[in-house]
Design a protein around this ligand. Structure first.
Ligand SMILES: C[S@@+](CC[C@H](N)C(=O)[O-])C[C@H]1O[C@@H](n2cnc3c(N)ncnc32)[C@H](O)[C@@H]1O
Length: 292
């Protein structure tokens, strides 16, 4: 598979990195786009990078060789940033980055079951060590539990209707593929000109299976303590649920006098980037600086 992932808001992220920084924590290594650019531009910086997807780390190994001991790659959830740094005897870092969500490489890989555009097993685990996948959720959760997930994590207005249809269909045969699920959703939601009918349900399932919002909250809570004075935390989010968490967290920490928000409004990609990279469309970057 080609490495199709293109880093979003790359220049903008780099513009927040200071020359005198020495250690960066990249919580979402992915295709290594942001990490590589930081390593290229700032020769004194070392990057400690984690990802929960083995395949991202596997591809990153070559990169790590290129940068020798300046790039350390670890399989870990970013919410465990404190553990990762402690185990390596690192007390503080100068820049913390998270570019949230799924990489294009995962979306493109039909075997990982993230996309309704490609038929594959209904999986959606970024971390293959997770016990519960999307197939288990869809076939075992009650109608009300499914509806709740679709409503809260997908903001899907037809959540209950879709959950009921899933329940009818799974009585006949288990729902095991992405296309199988997408077809069921299309029975109750008409295809229009806008989003594909399965978009919001797939988003909700992915967020649920990977516990994305909980990981983000834990990560943010632990990050502030680990930043050096003058250090910065930069988060790129792709939907309103994530962005709200980041915005509110930064505001709370600013009130406590710990962080200063550097992006009063989130930074969004330029027209040219959106035109050439669809994934950039909904990206929002928020950055804050540690002041004590
Ligand atoms: C959007 S991609 C990052 C792309 C990267 N910035 C680049 O330039 O190539 C997000 C990556 O974060 C990983 N990821 C998502 N949630 C994670 C978490 N809680 N902990 C660690 N990695 C995570 C995904 O597996 C994916 O590889």
């Amino acid at each position: 598979m080609n490495n199709v992932h293109r880093p979003v808001l790359l220049e903008e992220v780099i513009s927040f990195v200071k020359d005198d920084y020495s250690v960066v924590f990249d919580g979402t290594f992915g295709g290594g786009g942001h990490s590589s650019e930081i390593l290229e531009k700032f020769k004194r910086i070392k990057v400690i990078a984690v990802d929960i997807d083995e395949s991202a780390l596997f591809r990153g190994k070559e990169k790590a060789k290129e940068y020798n001991d300046r790039l350390l790659l670890i399989k870990e959830n970013f919410k465990n940033i404190d553990k990762v740094l402690k185990e390596r005897g690192v007390e503080k870092v100068d820049f913390i980055l998270a570019d949230l969500g799924v990489s294009s490489n995962l979306l493109e890989d039909k075997e990982r079951g993230f996309s309704f555009m490609k038929d594959g097993p209904l999986d959606m685990r970024m971390d293959r060590d997770l016990k519960i996948d999307a197939r288990f959720v869809i076939n075992n959760y009650s109608v009300s539990e499914l509806a709740e997930i679709f409503k809260t994590l997908g903001e899907e207005p037809r959540a209950l209707k879709i959950a009921r249809q899933i329940n009818e269909e799974r009585k006949k045969a288990p729902i095991v593929t992405t296309k199988g699920l997408s077809d069921i959703i299309c029975k109750v939601v008409r295809k229009g000109r806008g989003l594909h009918p399965a978009t919001l349900v797939f988003q909700a399932l992915r967020i649920y299976v990977n516990r994305e919002l909980d990981s983000l909250k834990e990560f943010l809570n632990r990050s502030v303590d680990l930043l050096s004075k003058g250090g910065r935390v930069a988060i790129i989010s792709f939907h309103s649920l994530e962005d709200r968490i980041v915005k509110n967290f930064f505001r709370e920490e600013e009130k406590k006098g710990l962080l200063r928000i550097l992006t009063k409004k989130p930074v969004t990609p330029k027209y040219e980037e959106v035109r050439t990279n669809r994934r950039a469309r909904s990206a929002k970057l928020r950055v804050a600086e540690k002041i004590v």
